[in-house]
Design a protein around this ligand. Structure first.
Ligand SMILES: Nc1ncnc2c1ncn2[C@@H]1O[C@H](COP(=O)(O)OP(=O)(O)OP(=O)(O)O)[C@@H](O)[C@H]1O
Ligand SMILES: [Mg+2]
Length: 300
């Protein structure tokens, strides 16, 4: 090759130089095509993954909607059914007593429907990013005292003992109304799924100077591992559908979403037949009295 270049005329030499730069251009083009093909393949893979995720989300949404229509239909059927009975011919001898009973069923079904619709609307607002929270320093002692007072009657009715911590002078960053909703949800579960004459212990555990947990320990039924796995599925009441305790099966889903919107987290540990502990972890606002513990608390 070298030899032929040396012997070749200037014209031939120019042709050879032209051929070399053609080859380089060709090589560069090929490399660009290869890069572009690799890029397209990556985009295709990403698109495929996005499509699979969108399909899964769509399936979850359809399942949610079909569960929701079932849940809405049950109390509505009770309202319509008892309403029709009240509207029928008054042939029964003890009609007045029966009517009172039917009206009580109608009111109960109506209330259930209202709770359900409120919770679904809350969830929908969260999903649409429309639920506005106002995060501010919230005094935990005041908040727990409020919750204690509100839960008292329900706990008394079920003969469940409520034990709250001594004042801890803790402040958390939260939305006051939503934090109350979260704690009441956990406390009402702890009462509802407790045993008669059981107990509930609420305590505060400082995880780091910046984060603390409010823990609700109950001496209730506890949850089996397979129940734990389905705990946050909307409308899944984990076998309590046939039980005496009323509920919509959406409380915990909403509770977890609210806690996360406040920058916190929610967790649970449970021993079947012994009890469960549900906790909410939030950011503190009160600096670093990290060693402070309220009386009767246990560590996480
Ligand atoms: N502390 C607990 N101990 C045992 N089981 C519990 C406890 N908390 C919740 N569960 C179980 O988890 C299910 C879902 O709880 P969740 O609070 O979401 O719904 P719910 O109490 O049935 O209805 P609601 O939406 O009215 O709160 C309950 O039906 C119950 O079976
Ligand atoms: Mg509940």
């Amino acid at each position: 090759m070298k030899q032929s270049t040396r012997q070749a005329s200037p014209g031939v030499s120019m042709q050879l130089a032209g051929a070399t730069s053609d080859a380089a251009r060709h090589e560069e083009l090929e490399s660009r095509v290869r890069d572009r093909t690799a890029q397209l393949e990556r985009s295709n893979r990403d698109l495929h993954l996005a499509k699979v995720a969108a399909e899964a989300a769509n399936r979850a949404k359809s399942e949610f909607l079909s569960n929701m229509s079932h849940e809405l239909r049950t109390p509505l059927n009770a309202i319509i059914g008892f309403g029709q009975l009240l509207n029928g011919p008054a042939a029964l001898p003890d009609q007045a007593a029966r009517e009172r009973e039917f009206v009580a069923h109608i009111v109960k079904a109506g209330r259930h429907l209202l709770t359900l619709i409120d919770e679904i609307l809350n969830l929908a607002q969260i999903e649409a990013g429309k639920l506005k929270l106002s995060l501010e320093p919230v005094d935990l002692d005041d908040m727990l005292a409020d919750c204690h007072a509100m839960m008292g009657p329900l706990a008394d009715k079920r003969h469940v003992r409520l034990l709250f911590p001594a004042p801890s002078r803790s402040t958390v960053r939260a939305d006051r109304t939503r934090l109350r909703q979260v704690l009441l949800n956990l406390l009402s579960n702890a009462v509802k799924y407790n045993r008669e004459h059981g107990s509930i212990v609420v305590d505060i555990a400082r995880m780091t100077p910046e984060r603390l947990r409010v823990r609700v320990h109950d001496s209730g039924l506890g949850l089996r591992p397979e129940q734990m796995a389905s705990l946050f599925q909307p409308f899944n009441r984990l076998g309590q559908e046939a039980g005496k305790q009323e509920g919509t099966g959406i409380g915990l889903v909403l509770t977890r979403q609210l806690v996360e919107l406040m920058g916190g987290s929610l967790g649970v540990s449970s021993v079947p037949g012994v009890g469960s502990t549900f906790w909410v972890e939030l950011r503190t606002e009160d600096g670093c009295d990290g060693g402070h513990r309220a009386g009767g608390e246990r560590d996480a």
